[in-house]
Design a protein around this ligand. Structure first.
Ligand SMILES: NC(=O)c1ccc[n+]([C@@H]2O[C@H](COP(=O)([O-])OP(=O)(O)OC[C@H]3O[C@@H](n4cnc5c(N)ncnc54)[C@H](OP(=O)(O)O)[C@@H]3O)[C@@H](O)[C@H]2O)c1
Length: 360
């Protein structure tokens, strides 16, 4: 990767990789805290620092706390966002365009996309990713939109421009499903992949089974920072379908589109029999050159793998020819593991070992 330096690895050298934080919601607010708490560990263990060059919310981009000419400390941004203010309303904020934000980050920069989902056009995430990769600036996604809609294009852009690409935060928060699946299931052919990928719908189904109303259960998910501001896509199966699609495209390595996912939301959940619980399951089964993909609420035995997971859990099970059956589970009650996954991808990119583009 032409834009990256090798890890300092004991030489004492520390290389800076300025971040552009696109979106200043739950995920990036947690990321700012982690960057502060782990700065010394990142420098000592990996030889990297991540100054914040620029940030954006719906009001647009501003120079970040560590940019030349950036005049607002991270604490002021966090305080403003906690009050519901826009970044550009913060006294002293320096508004910049996307191009200027990319310029402030420079060729070693990493765009981190944790903006709201836009599953129709890809939204600001896709626009900014194209602009960044076109300039050789790497991208780490928590926002699924661009990866689900345009992975092939982004992978080609990254390869052609010597940039890194990370998207492990897009599926199951901090659980390393994407990275482990893509990197470590070497030469495997999938027989089946299933998962409970959406923690909001899992929490809501669990709490409703305990007697809470839909509204009360959604409010808890929002309080924890794991639900979208508008939870519609969490509940109607779209978020699960996007994650399934990302795994099919990037881990199973099959061609597929969102329109091919047969989707049913939790409003059509079946009534469980005694000893059963309801889970919103995403499933992909290869069929010839294609793949059959479904998202549907199903009643499963409480003592089965998916029945035994908790209300704050996400889980994946895959069956392959070489690695038999593997199951991964994470319990995540807030946005910290997702923020940590963005950081994980940034470190891998900075150290020259991104998740992709690897293989074809
Ligand atoms: N939270 C989780 O645990 C989790 C886990 C995995 C993946 N994700 C994904 O990560 C992303 C962020 O999640 P979140 O929980 O942090 O969401 P959030 O709290 O709703 O924050 C979204 C942020 O995106 C900003 N935004 C929306 N449209 C924008 C635009 N056109 N230009 C610039 N900024 C824009 C919003 O700006 P305003 O502040 O001005 O509204 C807000 O700051 C989402 O795509 C989500 O699906 C989240």
């Amino acid at each position: 990767m032409s834009t990256q330096t090798p890890p300092a690895g004991g030489t004492g050298q520390v290389s800076a990789h300025p971040l552009i934080l696109l979106g200043m919601g739950n995920v990036h607010r947690e990321l700012l805290g982690i960057l502060d708490a782990k700065a010394e560990t990142l420098a000592r263990r990996y030889g990297v620092t991540f100054p914040v060059a620029a940030c954006a919310d719906r009001s647009g981009f501003i120079l970040g706390p560590d940019a030349e000419g950036g005049r607002i400390p991270a604490g002021a941004m966090l305080a403003a966002k906690a009050k519901g203010a826009k970044l550009r309303e913060i006294p002293g904020a320096a508004p910049v365009s996307l191009e200027e934000a990319l310029g402030a980050a420079g060729p070693r920069g990493i765009l981190c996309d944790a903006a709201s989902m836009d599953v129709v056009t890809g939204g600001i995430g896709l626009t900014a990713a194209r602009a960044a990769l076109g300039r050789g600036i790497s991208v780490a996604f928590a926002n699924k939109s661009a990866v689900a809609l345009a992975f092939d294009e982004l992978e080609t852009l990254a390869r052609e421009n010597g940039a890194g690409l990370g998207w492990s935060a897009t599926v199951c928060g901090g659980l390393p499903v994407v990275n482990a699946g893509r990197r470590d299931l070497v030469a495997a052919e999938f027989r089946r992949l299933r998962g409970v990928f959406n923690s909001t719908s899992n929490l809501v189904l669990g709490r409703m089974a305990e007697g809470l109303s839909l509204e009360e259960a959604v409010a808890e998910a929002q309080r924890r920072g794991i639900a979208e501001t508008d939870p519609t896509n969490d509940l109607n199966g779209t978020d699960t379908a996007l994650k399934l699609l990302i795994l099919v495209r990037t881990v199973m390595r099959r061609k597929a589109t969102l329109a091919e996912v047969d989707r049913t939301g939790i409003e059509r959940a079946p009534a469980p029999a005694a000893g059963e619980v309801v889970r919103l399951l995403g499933e992909a089964v290869p069929e010839g050159d294609g793949v059959r993909m479904t998202v549907t609420p199903v009643a499963v035995p409480r003592d089965s793998f998916f029945g035994s997971i908790g209300t704050l859990d996400m889980a994946v099970e895959w069956e392959t020819d070489l690695f038999s059956t593997q199951r991964l589970v994470a319990t995540e009650g807030d946005a910290i593991p997702t923020a940590a996954a963005v950081l994980r991808d940034a470190v891998h990119i900075a150290c020259g070992r991104p998740t992709g583009p690897t293989g074809r």
